[in-house]
Design a protein around this ligand. Structure first.
Ligand code: GLY
Length: 417
């Protein structure tokens, strides 16, 4: 089969590497890709406009397309590919709305009794501010629209919440916010393959979203992950029945069956797992941590999602543990520094270095974004996986790289000395 992946980050590098294991793929392309993806697939520079991608796929005999990023899903790339008669993995625009409109997502959760935080949504700044004053802090302020991981403020004070509201409403085109009750607990990332009726869970994982150790500093797209996160059987059962199954049934009832990956960020509260937000795609960097442990054929699972014949037993993972550490460029997340030379070490068999934001300049690998490299390692347990990931990350030469040193620390996992 001739398969095309859309995207240029670490997530798409992980998808490409997992697809590459399939012996049914004869040609693997990526638009636009990056310097690392170019070692695993043909990278093509092309317009990312949905109709242009559909035309490219038609003219180049592409059999199957995988769309990675949230903005291309929100732009309706799957819809354009389907209209052109091309099989494509990912939700259509109306289903991806679970991510691109936080208000819609909360309405679906309320309608289908999916556990989540109490909330109100606003399109008027003064009304939003009055609500914050009335509720008090801590409180969570969310831009309803896609904001590349920067749209959420967990405000510890009323002033912080009011400042976040001012920033969101400082847009000539108008804005919408969701203001939510603050939830206490551990955060967990769940990703599931979906075929419209069935949601088959991948390994639970935990991201580390702030730039600095100890969960302080500005929010990033994610600085490191461990998997599997140790959920109890009861927690797993509740996530499946109260969240994933209710969402699948609800979206069917809405006439918008959900196909692709659904990724609920969850809070494990004293009352049970509750949804923080729905994302309509693989998490990044969760994909880089988890996909190396997938033992089933990724293409077969993705085709089953598109064809509506997914079963739970099609999604099998290794029993190993996995850890992932991000190397980000100086200035991230406020800015990124491009063009810094990078030297990679020889990578041991237990590890993979995914490229998130890299380019080649005159044959030299250089930084080309905020998150630059994602170092994954597997081990018999999380301690071994974390230790190996840091050993490889520390051997990378990259001047000024930012890296958290406490991935896994919330679970008491430490690098073995
Ligand atoms: N890991 C955060 C995200 O993918 O949105």
């Amino acid at each position: 089969m001739n398969v095309l992946v859309i995207g240029s980050g670490g997530r798409e590098h992980a998808i490409v590497k997992a697809l590459k294991k399939s012996d049914r793929i004869s040609r693997l392309q990526c638009i636009p890709g990056n310097a690392g993806i170019a070692e695993d697939a043909e990278c093509i520079q092309h317009s990312l406009e949905p109709a242009a991608i559909a035309q490219y796929a038609r003219e180049n005999g592409v059999d199957f397309v995988v769309v990675g990023p949230d903005n291309q899903l929100a732009d309706g790339m799957i819809d354009a590919l389907q209209a052109a008669g091309i099989r494509a993995f990912g939700p259509v625009r109306a289903a991806a709305r679970l991510e691109w409109s936080k208000r819609y997502s909360k309405e679906i959760m309320a309608k289908y009794h999916i556990p989540t935080a109490a909330y109100q949504s606003f399109t008027d700044l003064d009304a939003a501010k009055a609500y914050v004053q009335q509720q008090g802090a801590p409180i969570v302020v969310k831009d309803s629209a896609l904001a590349l991981g920067k749209g959420v403020t967990v405000a510890q004070t009323i002033e912080e919440a009011l400042t976040a509201l001012d920033a969101i409403f400082d847009r000539p085109s108008g804005a919408e916010v969701v203001i939510e009750e603050f939830m206490q607990g551990m955060e967990v990332s769940i990703m599931a393959f979906c075929d419209g009726k069935t949601a088959a869970m991948m390994l639970p994982s935990q991201d580390h979203k702030t730039i600095f150790d100890g969960d302080v500093g500005p929010m990033t797209g994610g600085m490191g992950v461990i998997a599997p996160f140790p959920l109890t059987d009861e927690q797993k059962e509740r996530i499946q029945s109260e969240i994933l199954d209710r969402l699948m049934a609800g979206m069917q009832q809405e006439g918008i069956p959900y196909q692709g990956v659904i990724y609920p960020g969850l809070m494990l509260t004293p009352q049970g797992p509750k949804v923080v937000e729905f994302n309509s795609r693989f998490g990044d960097p969760e994909a880089e941590c988890i996909l190396p442990l997938l033992e089933s054929d990724l293409l077969t699972i993705m085709e089953a999602c598109v064809d509506g014949n997914l079963t739970q037993d099609m999604v099998q993972f290794s029993t190993d543990a996995s850890a992932l550490v991000i190397l980000a460029s100086p200035g991230y997340p406020a800015s990124s520094t491009k063009g810094i030379p990078i030297q990679l070490p020889v990578v041991p068999e237990h590890s993979i270095i995914f490229h998130a934001g890299t380019a080649l300049k005159d044959g030299q690998l250089v930084s080309n974004g905020g998150r630059v490299l994602a170092v994954q390692a597997r081990g018999e347990d999380l301690t071994e996986a974390v230790t190996r990931a840091y050993q490889v990350a520390d051997a990378i030469q990259f001047e000024g790289a930012q890296m958290r040193r406490d991935i896994g620390g919330r679970l008491g996992i430490k690098v073995r000395v």
